[in-house]
Design a binder for this molecule. Sequence first.
Ligand SMILES: Nc1ncnc2c1ncn2[C@@H]1O[C@H](COP(=O)(O)OP(=O)(O)OP(=O)(O)O)[C@@H](O)[C@H]1O
Ligand SMILES: Nc1ncnc2c1ncn2[C@@H]1O[C@H](COP(=O)(O)OP(=O)(O)OP(=O)(O)O)[C@@H](O)[C@H]1O
Ligand SMILES: [Mg+2]
Ligand SMILES: [Mg+2]
Lengths: 466, 466
Amino acid sequence: AQKQREISVSEFFVKNRHLLGFDNPQKALLTAVRECVDNSLDACSDAGILPSLRIEIVQRAENRFRISVEDNGPGIVRGQIPKIFGKLLYGSKFHTLKQQRGQQGIGVSAAGMYGQLTTGKPVTILSRTGPNAAAHHFDVTVDTKKNQPLVLRDEKADWDVKHGTRVTIELEAIYKRGRRSVDDYIEQTALANPHAEIHYAPPNQEALHYPRAVSVLPQEPKEIKPHPYGVELGMLMRLLQDTPARTVAAALKNDFSRVSDKVVAEVTKSALIKPNARPRDLTPSDVERLHAVLQNVKLMSPATNCLSPIGEESIRAGLSKRFVADYVDAVTRPPSVYRGNPFQVEIGLAYGGDIPADELIDLYRLANRVPLQYQSSACAITKAVLSVDWRAYAMSMSKGALPTGPMILMIHIASVWVPFTSESKEAIAHYPEIIRELRLALMELGRRLASHIRHRRRVADEAKKK
Amino acid sequence: AQKQREISVSEFFVKNRHLLGFDNPQKALLTAVRECVDNSLDACSDAGILPSLRIEIVQRAENRFRISVEDNGPGIVRGQIPKIFGKLLYGSKFHTLKQQRGQQGIGVSAAGMYGQLTTGKPVTILSRTGPNAAAHHFDVTVDTKKNQPLVLRDEKADWDVKHGTRVTIELEAIYKRGRRSVDDYIEQTALANPHAEIHYAPPNQEALHYPRAVSVLPQEPKEIKPHPYGVELGMLMRLLQDTPARTVAAALKNDFSRVSDKVVAEVTKSALIKPNARPRDLTPSDVERLHAVLQNVKLMSPATNCLSPIGEESIRAGLSKRFVADYVDAVTRPPSVYRGNPFQVEIGLAYGGDIPADELIDLYRLANRVPLQYQSSACAITKAVLSVDWRAYAMSMSKGALPTGPMILMIHIASVWVPFTSESKEAIAHYPEIIRELRLALMELGRRLASHIRHRRRVADEAKKK
Ligand SMILES: Nc1ncnc2c1ncn2[C@@H]1O[C@H](COP(=O)(O)OP(=O)(O)OP(=O)(O)O)[C@@H](O)[C@H]1O
Ligand SMILES: Nc1ncnc2c1ncn2[C@@H]1O[C@H](COP(=O)(O)OP(=O)(O)OP(=O)(O)O)[C@@H](O)[C@H]1O
Ligand SMILES: [Mg+2]
Ligand SMILES: [Mg+2]
């Protein structure tokens, strides 16, 4: 009994840093950059600003790098800086149900904590919320025993930008080029976010510039309430306990999306509940009946405005820009739901041209516009690709392996909450609703590809006959 | 800024229940049983008691089951019951560095929380710490917004056992037989823990009894300090800040394992630090030099007494009991270290006999004597098996797939801290030190198997000539 103790979130994650994507020095560099860049893109998107990012990686010693990510976003209010960077499970996105790159309140504090763990250095933040506000310079560490920030420095600073944030972290890392590198992440990010401008200075090399491909912001996703499908009984009980609404009818309409007066009438009638009953007066068996009926009633699909798909046109353009292929296709599925969370699958396919025909296909995975570069074997996306019989679409395929052929697949899942296999946000959990949508999209593209290949063969054969 | 909020651990894990192993109803049943059984085996081991467990699964509705796990362990002190079952990240094992099945302070509270989430029912605990103490009956739920227990019931109870604990959870689940079932988990658990007696009543079937195979407790692992190899700079800084020791020499000797006076003298000399300096007086660059020297100094391997390997004899006996094979072999590697944590690999191999020759080999994975039944593709154990060229050991093997042949591998990793890929404790993270040890053990067994196969072929050929 004497040994029973509370474990702080930060202590837990120091011991489990591989759960956050900091397993080894090469991956750590990628994860740290990704968490900062994702925050910058989210912040600009939130504030309606076309993002301009400056990313710099400087080598400080053989296995030590200093990364710096700067954005022209809205900046961070001074009073919030310590907790945002010095406390895990603190942020603005967890309780907000709409598509965002971040969702946990962990990312950048974990990156700073890993820097501190491997070099002893604090994370440095420079931030300005507007031209009439002063810029502030903070040095922050995480007190890992208590999951609280320690502010080592907090001063006004001169910084000649109108508004924005710059985050600097020094960490033990290894820089490698090629697949799964930071360079690859930045290139894929530029393609998935054509409205963003990125300046990138890799270590010991020429700086790169990715100019904006479009000058219009994508539609900002809207915050929504959960969709009733797949919401657990305990969540419904909690909702009815906590709702400010005075009647069950109002609670259902206000606290869920897609629940109309007509649906409320039908549902309360089937569940034998008075629509104007007070939510807290329902008995557990009342709520159980209500829950069962809600799962089966006919509801409209979730609203699309909480999601921001890349879009078939941008996907095709991105693939054509990056690869020399004969044939480029894309499909964006209509939104679907898992556990009350709307999600949407989109896939781009490039075939032929310079793509090698005798190798396993290349598979690029993205979630909420963020490239996923690790844990492919754990990912639902990979599982879905492996579960399709590509021999029906003119490719060869051995059991349990990706198909062989001159093809590239870019697969994007957009959701108000992406179910990752761990907090490192690298692979997607195997929810059957998601795998089903992936397969439908893959088979759609497969059919169109097979028809293109047959058509091309017929044309070639006829040309030979002449 | 108004949107910045703290996220409670329980809220986070309700949304991320797939991180805890509750992705779907079939897996949920397995995870809930496993978390309770692991706790019972750990508690008996801690208290030096030969474990007798009673496990019962009762079907309550089409997709609803009530599980009950009872042990003859030391029982739980009444004052601790609410937090143990009603609060995540609370327990006795996280801060104790020795081999145990649990390590996070999450398991059983998560199982109770999933039951509550899907059925609205609390977890029920019956516990007694000794014949002179009263037995207590508790009903506990988790207040998920605050990560605090809510006690719905707390009464004395009549229970005619000397000491022990019974945990009952009602949850939405699906019961299936076969691989990855609860039945399979219990059978593997009985084999990996020959000193345990298990009564198991599956739903709607005859009860099963696994009697004790040995009546001697395995050596209880001893609690240790971290080994210096692989400990991060930030951890060393933290240690020197927090140590009650008055000199650097005493801190190094007391707060690490395997640091002798001789090592202290050598390390402080190379790092240009006075051995009797006060730990808090060291500058960051002092600590950096000390850290670098510690990584490179010659140290004894970690003590073996913090680990409790199953042992080559028990592994061979278990395999021979379960499978009809011509050839059974096992190897237990000496202990090694990753990130300051001792670990040990052991592998059992069964070949020939009734094992089908034309199928992929069967791979059983265990960590700290607990069977791992999911996420094989994400696991370091599977990765290590795939990385060995089994064609050198008389098996056929296609790229990226397990080898084909009449072979079963049982692979066990014992550690003071198992690096799982997520909190569900289903697959092992790819630490290079661990993969290296796995490969060495696999290749050792592979060579011995190849030699056995060659020998058998020679004998068969000679018999044919006569
Ligand atoms: N560059 C930035 N500009 C403005 N706000 C930021 C910036 N970076 C972080 N924030 C704020 O800090 C919060 C915490 O960031 P953090 O990365 O720790 O978590 P998150 O982005 O919410 O989730 P995740 O753990 O998935 O990344 C964010 O929710 C956001 O409100
Ligand atoms: N049957 C039991 N008998 C005695 N003590 C128990 C029993 N079950 C749980 N405990 C105590 O409750 C604590 C919390 O259990 P819990 O399963 O939540 O976490 P854990 O076992 O420490 O780690 P993990 O999350 O990896 O399972 C344990 O550390 C142990 O001290
Ligand atoms: Mg973030
Ligand atoms: Mg446990």
